[in-house]
Design a protein around this ligand. Sequence first.
Ligand SMILES: *[C@@H]1O[C@H](CO)[C@@H](O)[C@H](O)[C@H]1NC(C)=O
Ligand SMILES: *[C@@H]1O[C@H](CO)[C@@H](O)[C@H](O)[C@H]1NC(C)=O
Ligand SMILES: *[C@@H]1O[C@H](CO)[C@@H](O)[C@H](O)[C@H]1NC(C)=O
Ligand SMILES: *[C@@H]1O[C@H](CO)[C@@H](O)[C@H](O)[C@H]1NC(C)=O
Ligand SMILES: *[C@@H]1O[C@H](CO)[C@@H](O)[C@H](O)[C@H]1NC(C)=O
Ligand SMILES: *[C@@H]1O[C@H](CO)[C@@H](O)[C@H](O)[C@H]1NC(C)=O
Ligand SMILES: *[C@@H]1O[C@H](CO)[C@@H](O)[C@H](O)[C@H]1NC(C)=O
Length: 819
Amino acid sequence: METKITTSLSLAFSLIYLSLPPLAIAFVPRDNYLISCGSSANTTADNRIFAGDLSKPGSVSLSSGDSISLTNPNTSSKSAPLYQTARVFTSASSYEFNIKKIGNHLVRLHFSPFTSQNYNLNHANFSVLANGFAILSNFGVRHTVIKEFIVMVNVVDFEIEFVPMNPLSFAFVNAIEVFSAPDDLIFNYGAKMIGPNGIQEFKNISKQILETVYRINVGGLKLTPFNDTLWRTWTSDEDFLILKSAAKIASITHTPNYQTGGASREIAPDNVYMTAQQMNKDNLSTALMFNITWEFPVGSGVGRYFVRLHFCDIVSKSLSQLYFNVFINGFIAYKDLDLSTLTLHSLASPYYVDFIAHSDRSGVVRISVGPSELSTSLGKNAILNGIEIMKMVNFVGSETRSKKTSIGVWVGSVAGGFTFLCLLVLALLVILRCRKPKKKSKPAESMVWPSLRVGSLHSRLFEGTALASLGPNGYLGLKISFAEIQVATNNFDQNLIIGSGGFGTVYKGVLNEKTKVAVKRGVPGSRQGLPEFHSEITVLSKIRHCHLVSLVGYCEEQSEMILVYEYIEKGPLKNHLYGSGLPPMSWKQRLEICIGAARGLHYLHTGSAQGIIHRDIKSTNILLDENYVAKVADFGLSRSGPCLNETHVSTGVKGSFGYLDPEYFRRQQLTDKSDVYSFGVVLFEVLCARPAVDPLLTREQVNLAEWAIEWQKNGRLDQIIDPYLMGKIRPSSLKKFGDTAEKCVAEYGVDRPTMGDVLWNLENALQLQETRRQRELHEDSSIRGSSEVVPDLPSSSVEIDGDSGVSQVFSQLLNSEGR
Ligand SMILES: *[C@@H]1O[C@H](CO)[C@@H](O)[C@H](O)[C@H]1NC(C)=O
Ligand SMILES: *[C@@H]1O[C@H](CO)[C@@H](O)[C@H](O)[C@H]1NC(C)=O
Ligand SMILES: *[C@@H]1O[C@H](CO)[C@@H](O)[C@H](O)[C@H]1NC(C)=O
Ligand SMILES: *[C@@H]1O[C@H](CO)[C@@H](O)[C@H](O)[C@H]1NC(C)=O
Ligand SMILES: *[C@@H]1O[C@H](CO)[C@@H](O)[C@H](O)[C@H]1NC(C)=O
Ligand SMILES: *[C@@H]1O[C@H](CO)[C@@H](O)[C@H](O)[C@H]1NC(C)=O
Ligand SMILES: *[C@@H]1O[C@H](CO)[C@@H](O)[C@H](O)[C@H]1NC(C)=O
């Protein structure tokens, strides 16, 4: 069943790929500091401009301390222009970077020593601290060295401090890069720790400062920053292969098939996935089993390493031919790896797996791949496309000097409280699997959906629930020409920009001189790529609902990826809750918005044949039209849900911090209950008028869901609500709302209600609020004060219990009243 869906999906994808020129989308980091130290001029390196630190580049400051700018006096020196100047520090001093986006950042420090009259930079001896944490100590260089780190920055001012080791020594640096990493570069969970005790999950990776030790393009050439999406350098694997004759290079010439849930171009560039080493069977009997092994010296001493292996099956002629084993330091790390099932049944699809390994006594990290017993003797093979080895710098109980919040706390707290329950999860999974899947009734038919307006453009598009089919004009004739879009947006007029996000820029426009539209244009700088683009078209073209944003069309010309939606007048719900100075909304209005969004989600989950999981529910993805009717938007990450005999879809974790279902995070298995969790967070956001994650608050308050649950459990939720709502919510309505939100963010999916139940309970909360108003209108002294009387609804007899059968009846009752 699952196979059927995924193959038809990937068929749709591959059909598109055939007709598409390869798209290269550059990543544009939110924070992007490139500093040429000791220089007053801008210097260009690998197509990027490094600003001279003497020219006082905006938002970077050099703190007190003694420093000197130096220029290499040797005019015949052959080193790069960036390395002709340096800043020398004779006492501790630091650069401070103003951070706009909290999250992982890449930090690169360039050292290229030269000799001037007073300083021989070869003799420098110093430490470097990142926000108080030593990332280099007793450090000095004799030749050009670039040190790269991945650091979680959770403060608005990020500090890099240079500290000479003793009063006679000094520190120096030639250039500094500090830029935001793509959100999906490092996930907190999901890495497998390999060792003598078998495979365990390693948690809180974001807490670790990672120092790049090796970055290898296996079977390929050296890749320079110029060739890489994140300006990384990849080197060839040749020097690390233990038995060169065991391996043979494989390569392809077409771009890899990137898939949602697999690796993206930011994880590694095309070139890494286009080459690999495979078993060389030329001179050996085909029946022979052997490994290909690489050894990476990492120095003696105990060290813990983050090892990311990149795979892309460029050797198989058909699916499910290749099964192989992966070993790290002689321990099995991945048995019977079958790339075709991990990559949605497509060949040449990039994928990566993260491991944590210790260096062993021999001072190396050893990686082997070898054939699995599952393969047929002719098909025996094993491949590897890329290797990244990063040292966990702060692993061995190091201390931080800084008073600032320690790195990684906020990300940790997102999932805090769930980590210790691994065993229970396993038990629950068994229960989940044993539960006989209920055949879903068809609420979409029996419920009366309020029909607000049906975009005329769409009336011809929707015939049931089949996957969008490709006609000569693409998906159901939704194609719009680039020229039309240029006209609609006044050639992408800057003044028409209404937003920008991971995908690109959103413009307001008028299509065919009559239809107001929002035009989302993926530009160089997009974090999301082609798979998200197609996923959004696939999903949106097969559904239509008044609480879901409609797709008007799309454009795929001239390497453009453009989506055109109906224009939603009042924008994201979030802006109406906090932070943008818009007038506060009444409780009734907020409830109606939540109900609308719940309807939209309920429809997604149950309304079409397979059910769709949105995966990125948050207050910025719920839009409000001119009548404050909620519309769920942004389907770029959505997936077809599990079918009846499956309980989940396996997938790489995608979504937004603060809204991410912790169970999904842990197990990477997606169910519609993940959306319910995110929706619960939105409910609290609506009630408390604050962001899902606010790293500037105290530790207990950072994560809204955790914080609100504390107050809800103590029965004091009313203490933390939006001050504007104080005294305006009827206690019974608040209680119903709080209980519902609490159930939604339950730790385990099975304990969470369905969207149908959530919808019903929100309707109930609205009724409870309304009952009071009606009473106030027809002032009746005999009822006054009996606040718990709710005449029409058997609210106490129906509780959210995850069993949708009963509640759907009431949902229907409610809905038949219409709104
Ligand atoms: C350096 O480049 C920036 C843009 O990247 C520009 O605004 C600035 O004027 C340049 N400074 C000099 C000294 O050329
Ligand atoms: C200047 O650089 C050139 C090229 O690297 C080198 O051959 C020469 O020895 C250097 N001169 C001095 C004085 O260091
Ligand atoms: C720096 O000095 C320390 C002693 O203060 C010494 O142990 C270390 O090896 C020196 N490092 C370099 C790179 O010279
Ligand atoms: C990498 O970039 C260089 C330019 O710096 C270019 O000449 C080379 O062909 C590129 N290599 C690949 C594999 O794209
Ligand atoms: C196979 O063996 C021959 C002779 O030993 C050698 O010349 C040749 O390079 C080998 N081929 C490969 C692919 O290793
Ligand atoms: C591959 O290496 C692993 C770990 O060293 C070892 O256990 C396994 O037997 C090797 N496989 C073959 C076919 O040599
Ligand atoms: C992960 O972080 C959370 C929250 O900071 C903490 O409670 C937990 O102990 C950490 N787990 C590990 C294994 O370090």
